[in-house]
Ligand binder design. Structure first.
Ligand code: GLU
Length: 431
């Protein structure tokens, strides 16, 4: 992913924005479902958008202004739900798309949530921990009247973690003179977080691919043992997926991060790779592996390509060069519509994001249920419930894809939109 700014700009100017992509996906499935156009108009757009500009006192003593967003896409099925990301390139169009995908993801997993998403434009890697805390608390203060356990429940996303959730929870409760644990999920276990939440997105993705394999749905792959994976992105999601799959016998032959990747056709131990990164600060120059660039990782000869980085990672010419027979989307929106069409034409199965990465929000739901009941479950209980939900979601998506003679992505959108439209029809509209 070591691209120059100009290349990125040139490519991205040709691409539809993530929000346009989300609208195209919704329109395609809604058409197949014959959703009336007035209902579709409601489903496509966010119900509420918050755009915040707020000051933060930096360590230097100077005040710096930050931009933050919270998009509340749809709450027909329950409170808005979705993560908050910290990234220098966060933008409104992206957050709108991510919020929309949360609506459909929660519906695929049959969770009593709608969809939302937030973001702050910042470079967390260039900020001190105290600056991050002050920025998080100030952002939360601005959001405090628009979130809550029954209103909108944030969670971790790119570059945010349990500590950030703890600051949000504390700030929200300070503001409201309250003690609500269910206002955020993905928080530390000590303050109401759920066991298994940290690994949940990766684990859920593993359950889905393993189930698809066991069902005999993936051509040429009969068991997880020995199946080869190339993993793009080694953050929370990619690293947990790689470790869980490796522990179950999968062969992880390539892994990449922002600065590049490593490759060994005999297999890599992701636990050891993680230690190497902690020690050296980079994934590169790992013993017994060859350094590769991001394009080479995507084009690695393997059974399954795991897209666990950012949006639009599979774009441009790369779709024609992918040699995997399956793409597992653990990031949100990693494949552009053009690339999606190329992969389909080439007979490559794409297991779509709103199904494959729903494990995170599913365990967020478990966390919220535990919070509302002042309860805590064992990790075994959490993982068993996650397995049940993820495999059920996969089966539902597969049945819809077959019924409508379409791909798994459209099958997932059909299943999700159908659920939201049915709920909406029962509730009706406030006149
Ligand atoms: N950020 C995660 C996602 O995109 C988790 C959201 C949540 O747990 O609310 O699915």
């Amino acid at each position: 992913m070591a691209e120059t700014k100009s290349v990125k700009k040139k490519e991205s100017s040709k691409l539809p924005t993530p929000f346009e992509v989300s609208m195209m996906q919704v329109e395609k499935a809604a058409k197949m479902l014959k959703v009336p156009s007035d209902i579709l108009n409601f489903l496509k757009v966010p119900q509420r958008i918050l755009r915040l500009e707020f000051p933060v006192i930096m360590d230097s003593g100077k005040i710096q202004m930050f931009k933050g967003y919270r998009v509340q896409h749809n709450n027909v099925c329950g409170p808005f739900k979705g993560g908050i990301r910290y990234h220098p390139l966060v933008g409104m169009e992206e957050v709108k798309a991510l919020a929309s995908w949360m609506t459909w993801k929660c519906a695929v997993a049959e969770l009593p949530f709608g969809g939302g998403k937030g973001g702050v434009v910042c470079d967390p890697k260039a900020m001190s921990i105290k600056e991050l805390e002050r920025m998080t608390r100030r952002f939360t203060k601005e959001l405090a009247n628009n979130i809550g356990p029954d209103v909108d429940i944030p969670a971790p996303d790119v570059n945010t973690n349990p500590q950030v959730m703890a600051w949000i929870q504390d700030t929200y409760n300070t503001h409201h003179y309250n003690n609500q644990t269910g206002v955020v999920t993905g928080k530390p276990v000590e303050i109401g977080g759920s066991l298994g939440r940290n690994e949940a997105t990766g684990r859920g993705g593993f359950f889905v691919i393993n189930h698809a394999i066991l069902k005999g749905h993936l051509k040429g792959i009969s068991q997880i043992k020995g199946t080869s994976f190339a993993v793009q992105g080694f953050g929370n999601v990619g690293s947990n997926f790689a470790k869980i799959a490796f522990d179950e016998g999968a062969k992880i032959i390539a892994i990449s991060q922002v600065e590049g990747g490593i490759y060994n056709p005999e297999g890599l131990d992701p636990h050891k790779v993680e230690k190497h990164i902690a020690k050296t600060g980079t994934i590169l120059n790992y013993k017994d592996a060859k350094n590769i660039d991001n394009t080479a990782l995507l084009a690695t000869k393997c059974d399954v390509l795991v897209a666990a980085a950012l949006e639009n990672a599979i774009r441009g010419r790369i779709a024609k060069r992918i040699k995997a027979s399956v793409v597992l989307e653990l990031a949100n929106g990693p494949t552009t519509p053009k690339s999606d069409a190329i992969l389909k034409e080439r007979g490559i199965t794409v297991i779509p994001d709103i199904l494959a990465n729903a494990g995170g929000v599913t365990v967020s739901y478990f966390e919220w249920v535990q919070n509302l009941n002042h309860d805590s479950w064992t990790e075994k209980e959490v993982n068993e419930k996650l397995y049940f939900r993820m495999t059920k979601a996969y089966d539902g998506v597969f049945v819809n894809a077959k019924k409508y003679k379409t791909d798994l992505r459209t099958g997932a959108f059909i299943m999700a939109i159908d659920r939201v439209v049915k709920t909406l029809t029962l509730k009706g509209f406030y006149p």
